[in-house]
Design a protein around this ligand. Structure first.
Ligand code: NAP
Length: 525
């Protein structure tokens, strides 16, 4: 087998890359190369990955989040498993699938270039360049027939765009770049942000530090996890087989009304009265858990539930009862960092030993160059530029997977397919099956290239753009629409980068032909 040409190259070994590799292999495509920029598999969950901070755990129940549980026979230890358990599972899954030998670790893809019009070989459509992640030197230049970007939408940490960050003399780092050598014991620690990463860090480190200042620009709605070890009766169900698949099954033909694992439906979120009822329920709990009513006021959001990503964590609110915790609320946020600490918008300053930036990600950022036919880049096509931090805010695709003028190029869990409330590993699995089916079918039919028609792309794009109408995500600032306060302050345009319809409707299009059959929407050569 050649070491310079592959049927399929996959970028990334998170669950999307691993599942894509699994389904391709199952369908008989074994000439695969997977490039992974870190030394281990698991993507956001990998050891040393962006989700390797204290307290990191998936806040979606493991029974539905972890793929292939029935196949591997692995039974999660509890309802919400830790980053370590997920990362170990990803390692085990890689060996179970049998694709470790196809992976090249510490290889950062730097460029994908369509060469199909000049290579002279109908199977040499893409050139992939990588560099060694440790030396920065070019490591591989390979060709392939199909290329899959499975590098994840939340892999590029976002530092706040505030002055003075380099001047701080203490330790400072982003949650996604956790400094394992840093000791927080007995220190005055400040956490900037109150999103999902912040909440997990705050509750994990609070008892170690001397003092914890939480700098809140916007409060976040929080539901409990009711975490517990996997109950014996569930262990029996797992052992009987087929249990995980039954939990993960989304029957898009029958359209079940409820979102799995949460006590509200997709439609409830967008219904003003039903959403208000959820907020009232959470607020009552918050007020019963937080001792000081003034702190409870500050922790209560003034926007609808799940307009921003909600928190699912048991001890978030009660953490603010601890004597060493100070909630610093300023809706202008942190505006400056100096040698000894930071300053908030209303002018108060705070001296700190450690600053932790829990300030999120540049979602759908393009971390490498992708050039399609005639050298046109994906960044240009998708409206990414310096002014918007190179984020793909105007994507044009079919189902968030196919892009015109980029034959045999497939995006996974990228723009125009991911939804704020979709269990992302379900999407990983469906997209993997789709890609594997397509590659297999093309091989069987002797077809060399597939790309979407321009009409198909325009029609999916129009549907995506209108999919946010009437939805809760238009009713506050959030990263989904790239309307955070930081983006608003910079005058950046709202993004139409996500699929804001529900997951079932997405499947109806991809699997059920709701917007036209594959044959009608795709061109094969
Ligand atoms: P995030 O939700 O984007 O939160 C960033 C936080 O930083 C916000 O609270 C933001 O305030 C704050 N912030 C930014 N600049 C600031 C400033 N200058 N001053 C004060 N505050 C500032 O990021 P995240 O918590 O990392 O979560 C990102 C996504 O990752 C989540 O939505 C979720 O999809 C995923 N995630 C999942 C899990 C899991 O368990 N499954 C865990 C962690 C993360 P504003 O709200 O005012 O903008």
């Amino acid at each position: 087998m050649s070491d310079t040409h592959f049927d399929v190259v996959i970028v990334g070994t998170g669950f999307s890359g691993l599942l894509c590799g699994a389904y391709l292999k199952e369908a008989g495509t074994t000439n695969i190369r997977i490039f992974e920029m870190t030394p281990s598999v698991g993507g956001v969950w990998s050891n040393g990955g962006v989700g390797a901070y204290p307290g990191a755990a998936c806040d979606v129940p493991a029974y539905t989040y972890l793929p292939f549980l029935d196949r591997t026979g692995f039974i999660p230890s509890k309802k919400y498993v830790s980053q370590t358990e997920i990362s170990n599972y990803a390692e085990m899954l890689t060996d179970f699938i049998g694709i470790r030998d196809t992976i090249r670790f510490s290889r950062k893809v730097t460029r994908l270039r369509f060469i199909g019009d000049s290579s002279g070989d109908p199977n040499q459509l893409w050139e992939v360049t990588t560099e060694d992640a440790t030396t920065g030197k070019i490591a591989d230049v390979v060709t392939c027939n199909h290329v899959v970007t499975a590098n994840g939408p939340l892999s590029s940490p976002r530092l706040p765009e505030i002055p003075g960050m380099d001047s701080f003399k203490g330790e400072s780092f982003h949650t996604a770049r956790w400094d394992k050598k840093a000791s927080l014991k007995g220190k005055r620690v400040g956490v900037i942000g109150t999103g999902a990463s912040a909440a997990q860090v705050i509750t994990a480190i609070v008892d170690d530090v001397e003092s914890l200042h939480v700098f809140q620009r916007t409060p976040t709605w929080c539901l409990p996890r009711d975490d517990e070890p996997t109950p014996p009766e569930m262990i029996e169900q797992f052992k009987a087989g087929g249990y995980s698949e039954s939990l993960r099954k989304v029957d898009w033909r029958d359209e079940p009304a409820e979102l799995e694992a949460v006590a509200f439906s997709f439609d409830d979120l967008h219904d003003v009265d039903k959403n208000k009822a959820i907020c009232d329920m959470i607020e009552a709990r918050l007020r019963s858990e937080v001792d000081d009513p003034k702190i409870a006021d500050l922790l209560t959001p003034d926007y609808p539930f799940f307009c921003k990503r909600a928190l699912f964590i048991d001890d978030y609110y009660t953490t603010f009862n601890k004597p060493n915790v100070t909630l610093v609320n300023d809706n202008g946020g942190v505006v400056g960092i100096n040698e000894t600490g930071l300053e908030i918008a209303r002018g108060e300053t705070f001296d700190l030993d450690v600053i932790i930036y829990a300030t999120g990600f540049d979602s759908n950022f393009i971390p490498f160059t992708i050039e399609g036919r005639n050298g046109v880049s994906l960044a240009d096509k998708f409206g990414a530029n310096e002014a918007n931090n190179y984020q793909m805010i105007r994507p044009h695709s079919l189902w968030g997977m196919h892009v015109d003028d980029m034959p045999n190029f497939y995006m996974m869990i990228g723009p125009q397919s991911l939804n704020p409330v979709t269990n992302v590993t379900l999407l990983c699995e469906e997209q993997s099956k789709y890609i594997a089916d397509l590659v297999t079918e093309m091989k069987e039919k002797g077809q060399h290239q597939v790309e979407p028609t321009r009409e198909a792309v325009e029609s999916w794009t129009a549907l995506c753009e209108s999919s946010s109408e009437g939805k809760v995500w238009l009713r506050c600032n959030n990263w989904y629409m790239k309307t955070t306060k930081t983006d608003a302050a910079k005058g950046r345009d709202r993004s139409s980068g996500m699929w804001m319809g529900n997951y079932i409707d997405y499947l109806k299009h991809v699997l059920g032909g709701a917007g036209g059959s594959r044959e009608a929407l795709l061109k094969f050569h």
